[in-house]
Each structure stands twice: as structure tokens, then as C-alpha cells.
Design a protein around this ligand. Structure first.
Ligand code: DON
Length: 570
């Protein structure tokens, strides 16, 4: 896709102040293309926005590694992809260093100190609609900036260089795509309702593709981060602006909450699937554990023999998804606060038992499939970036504001959107969140606790060698999309593009139906209906970004067709 070629084209130089060396690589924010597939030798990246992928690519071309690229790309996404790219949200990183070490970083938002388990209930104990998804009270304490600075441990370039492209894109502007224009136009009523001061996204006569979006307040916030590091966000002027916004809008994030926020290094959740090693995100994401459950539950079955989208394969995968999500609702929550029985949940004999009531050709019901019993002694909008560099560093980052444009609240004077991640907690047992997910005690709200996530940044190794970098947005469909993408590649031997773009399906225990994308084949749908499944056609599922390392050692980066997602490499 070619965007507007304006008569005045300015080239975005990497360095934004004169004391920094000006890098020769340039980005043209007025004219850029979306590339769905790139084969690269030295470094590859796929993200939700072409300008952001370009930033990551140029950082690698200028001597940066995959960590430098992912940091710069996240910062660029916070500017060019405001519906999910963020500094007001949180995320997870899973990475494998060139030396084989695997790491994961949790910069998930946390509940403010003044949060409490019933904060979204009225005096009759009912959930107040919208309170956990819109406006000031829906925001958790943002984690992204802390995460970026923790990730610097593995970066090579100075932070000033990594943030410079984002500052330039914010300060000088970039042209928006058609989908961004539509997103901003749909947002207008909420912008009026959930903001205390007017902001740059508001536009009386609407946005259109090719308009230039300039975000000066955001540029100033990014400059404070450049000058003061994480303290440029969690303390001083930015923190004061956040807290002033909270006070104006009856939010509860305090200066102390911001100052106390810490990103946490975690041990990745790793397991094997048909001889491949899968490395994914541990708690407080349910991603790694559920992906492990799903893959291990299908492993005893000859999926390849059944065939892609065959009734046998579809039914098996649906039933596996149902069982994993039943366990999620009951047993998963921030493991720093709740004793999550992880080792039992992924134990092979436990999973075999979970599948004992599976009947080929016949739908089970979610009423019958309860969460697994644990022995007492056991203990839509997000965005994903996949990167790999020439040294073999593999990095998968999924980051989110939760809903598209998060809480719809922009911090007055600071120009960035706050998340509505508090909705990922269980506001009340048995009451579904915005993705229909259920939860209970394990995921109840508590001060300082991190809400359960489905984000699943994942790496796959073949014979201990890099094979796949994967991840996607999509709320609860994230885990099933990553599950299906892996099975599509490993079992069904689909090309990377097919594995990413072929229609996906999703079951999450409740509601008891199979979600399918509009393009899901009619014959597969009929086959499932004959077995007793209720089918629900819904909007597209996921926007998966994959890097696959080919047999000849080249990197194939594929960006999902479902959005403006774009791949880059060299
Ligand atoms: O962390 C989670 O699981 C959700 N907040 C992710 C939200 C999401 O993927 C929305 N994107 N479509």
C-alpha cells in the first residue's frame, strides 16, 4: 500500500539533538509501504505498523541488536499506533540470547495501592458496566517504561538513540493509514466522555487516511524519559500530570504507585512439543501455561494425519481449548499473590486425565467440562513485535493498553493514553470480562497485584536452534492463535503465510460456542455443527507476527494480513 506522497517530504533523522551522532539511515513518515513478507539474512522484524518495523530495522542496520530494535519499535508504536502501542500500558518480553540463555520480562500493569476486590461493584454487589473498561478507574499502574529500561540490560546502543525516532515521529508527525483514521473516528464520542481536557486525537470533522498526526505533548513526555530515564515517567512532571489527571477524573493511581512500579524478570515457561522446544511467558500471563496444556493435550493424537481444518483436527483442538480455558478461569492469577498449581496443570498425566471424557465426533458441553481438580498438595487492543538479529538473538514482545485505545483517557498535558487493564482482573466471580473470560479468587483484585493476561510472546527451537518467534494480540484468542499457528507449522506443514493468515477458530470454555473468523470454510463449519457445536462468526482473530528461520539460515518475517502489520529485514 502506498500512502500519500506529500509535496514536502521531510526525512526523519535518527538523532534528535545535535550532541548525538546523526545516523545516515532515514525514514520518510509521509510515504511508506506495508510489506507482508520479507526474507532477510542479517535481521528481521514484524510489527503492527510499517513505520515501527522500519524503525526497528534501521536500528539493527545501525549496529543495534534485536533488543535495541524491540525497544525502539515499542517506542515508535507508542506514537504511530496509539490504539495499542503505548507508554501508558504494559507488556511481556520473551527472549533467547545468542548464547542460548532464555529470559522473560514482566512489565504488566499492577493494581494501584487503593484498589480493592469490589471496586467495580455497586452497593448491591453487581458489576457497574464500563467502570473497569473506560476512563480513569480502569487504568492499572503502567509498566511499559520500566520494561523498556530493564530490557536495556541486553541492548547495545544508547537509549537516546533508541527513543529518537519516536520523538521525531511525535514531534514532526506522520501520515495515518485508513484503518488508523477509522479507529480515531470511532473513538471520538469516547474521547469526549472520558477526558478532562481536550487532546490531539479529537477532530471535529473527522480523520482521513493521509492526514498528518503531530503529538507535541507526547514528544515532550518522551523527551523527559530520554533525559531522566524511567524517572522521567514514574517521577517528576510526567508522574505529576498522571496524578493530576487521576484527581480530575476520580482515578486512584498515586505518586507512590508510580514510584513503586517495578518490572520483574521471570523464568520463561518452557516445555517440548513433538521434539521442538517451546519458550513462552510465565505467570502473570496465562499464555505459557495454557499453550503448554493445549499442545500437550493434542500431542498424543496424529494431527498431521487428520489434516489442516479437517473435522477431526478441528474438534480435537476445540476440546483442548475448552479444557485449558476452564482451568484458566479457576486456577490462574498472579502467582506472586495466589498459589497457582502450575506444575500440576502442565503435568502430562493430569492433561491425559483432562482428555479422558473427550469423544471423537461428539461435542462436549462446558457444563460437563469443569476445571480440573487439583490435589491439595499441588501448589482487543494489544500488539506484538517479533525480532531476530544476525547474531541469533530472538525477541518476542507483546504489549497492550487492553482495549483499542485502552481506557480512552489521555493524560492531560502528557499526550498518552492510559490502559484499561484493570478489566483483566475478575471484577466478580462468574461475571465475564470484556473478552468473556471468567475468573474467581485466583484473579481477584488486590493492591499491587498484576491482572491475569493471555499475552503469549513465544519462541520455538528446533534441535536447540532458533526456529520461530511468534505472538499476537487478540485478548483471550491470543493463546489459541499462537497454539494454532504452531500446530499449522509443525503438524500441518503450512507455509508461514498460510499458518498466519488461514482462518482461525477459538473456544474459551464459556461462552460455550466455537468462534470462527468470517472466512472460516463452510464445510468445516458444517462438520462441527453436525457434531453438536454451536458456531459463532466473529471479527478477525489475532494479528500474528512470525519470524521463521529457514533451513538455509535465512529469516522469513511474516506480518498478518488482518491489519496494517508490516515486516522488514535486511
Ligand atoms: O493481557 C491480556 O490478555 C489482554 N489485556 C490483551 C488484550 C488484547 O489482546 C486486545 N487486543 N486485541
Amino acid at each position: 500500500m502506498r500512502l500519500l506522497n506529500l509535496s514536502i517530504i521531510f526525512l526523519l533523522l535518527f538523532s534528535c539533538h545535535s550532541s548525538q551522532p546523526v545516523l545516515k539511515k532515514q525514514i520518510d513518515p509521509y510515504q511508506y509501504e506495508i510489506n507482508k513478507k520479507v526474507i532477510a539474512t542479517n535481521g528481521a522484524i514484524a510489527s503492527a505498523h510499517p513505520l515501527a518495523s522500519k524503525v526497528g530495522l534501521m536500528i539493527m542496520q545501525n549496529g543495534g541488536n534485536a533488543f535495541d530494535a524491540v525497544i525502539a519499535t515499542q517506542l515508535a508504536l507508542a506514537v504511530v499506533y496509539p490504539n495499542a502501542g503505548n507508554i501508558g500500558g504494559g507488556g511481556f518480553m520473551v527472549a533467547r540470547l545468542a548464547n542460548g540463555e532464555t529470559i522473560s520480562l514482566d512489565y504488566r500493569e499492577m493494581a494501584p495501592g487503593a484498589a480493592h476486590r469490589d471496586m467495580y461493584l455497586d452497593d448491591k454487589g453487581n458489576v457497574i458496566p464500563g467502570l473497569s473498561t473506560l476512563g480513569h478507574l480502569s487504568a492499572g499502574v503502567p509498566g511499559t517504561v520500566a520494561g523498556l529500561f530493564e530490557s536495556m540490560k541486553y541492548a547495545k546502543l544508547p537509549f537516546e538513540q533508541l527513543i529518537a525516532p519516536a520523538i521525531n515521529l511525535a514531534e514532526k508527525g506522520f501520515v495515518i493509514t485508513d484503518s488508523e483514521a477509522r479507529g480515531l473516528n470511532n473513538l471520538q464520542p469516547d474521547l469526549k466522555k472520558y477526558n478532562t481536557v481536550s487532546n490531539i486525537f479529537q477532530k471535529e470533522h473527522g480523520w482521513k487516511a493521509g492526514d498528518t498526526l503531530i503529538q507535541r505533548e507526547l514528544a515532550n513526555t518522551l523527551k523527559r524519559i530520554k533525559d531522566r530515564g524511567a524517572a522521567g515517567f514514574y517521577e517528576g512532571e510526567t508522574a505529576n500530570l498522571i496524578v493530576a489527571e487521576m484527581k480530575r477524573g476520580k482515578g486512584i493511581i498515586s505518586l507512590e504507585d508510580l514510584k513503586n512500579y517495578k518490572a520483574k524478570w521471570r523464568t520463561p515457561h518452557s516445555f517440548t512439543y513433538r521434539g521442538y522446544k517451546v519458550i513462552s511467558m510465565p505467570m502473570p500471563s496465562s499464555g505459557g501455561v495454557l499453550l503448554n496444556q493445549m499442545l500437550k493435550m493434542v500431542e498424543p493424537f496424529p494431527l498431521a494425519q487428520y489434516g489442516f481444518h479437517s473435522p477431526e483436527a478441528l474438534q480435537l483442538m476445540v476440546e483442548v481449548e475448552r479444557r485449558a480455558y476452564a482451568d484458566r478461569a479457576e486456577h490462574l492469577g498472579d502467582a506472586d499473590f495466589y498459589n497457582v498449581p502450575i506444575s500440576v496443570l502442565v503435568n502430562e498425566s493430569y492433561l491425559k486425565q483432562r482428555m479422558q471424557d473427550f469423544k471423537a465426533g461428539l461435542a462436549s458441553t462446558s457444563e460437563d467440562v469443569k476445571p480440573g481438580k487439583i490435589p491439595m498438595n499441588g501448589s482487543e487492543q494489544t500488539t506484538h513485535i517479533s525480532v531476530m538479529d544476525k547474531n541469533g538473538n530472538m525477541v518476542a514482545v507483546t504489549t497492550t493498553l487492553n482495549n483499542s485505545y485502552g481506557s480512552k483517557t489521555i493524560v492531560g498535558g502528557a499526550g498518552f493514553l492510559l490502559n484499561d487493564e484493570m478489566d483483566d482482573f475478575s471484577a466478580k466471580p462468574g461475571v465475564p470480562n470484556i473478552y468473556g473470560a471468567l475468573g474467581g479468587e485466583a484473579n481477584a483484585i488486590a493492591p499491587g497485584k498484576r491482572m491475569l493476561s493471555a499475552m503469549t510472546p513465544t519462541l520455538v527451537l528446533d534441535n536447540e536452534k532458533p526456529f520461530l518467534v511468534i505472538g499476537t494480540p487478540g485478548g483471550t484468542t491470543i493463546i489459541t492463535s499462537v497454539f494454532q499457528t504452531i500446530v499449522n507449522i509443525i503438524d500441518f506443514k503450512l507455509s508461514t503465510e498460510e499458518a498466519v493468515n488461514k482462518p482461525k477458530f477459538h473456544h474459551q470454555w464459556y461462552p460455550d460456542h466455537v468462534d470462527v473468523e468470517p472466512e472460516f470454510p463452510q464445510n468445516a463449519r458444517t462438520a462441527l455443527e453436525r457434531m453438536g457445536y454451536k458456531i459463532n462468526q466473529r471479527s478477525p482473530i489475532g494479528r500474528t507476527e512470525v519470524i521463521r528461520i529457514l533451513k538455509n539460515g535465512k529469516m522469513e518475517a511474516v506480518a498478518d494480513n488482518r491489519g496494517d502489520d508490516s515486516a522488514a529485514g535486511y
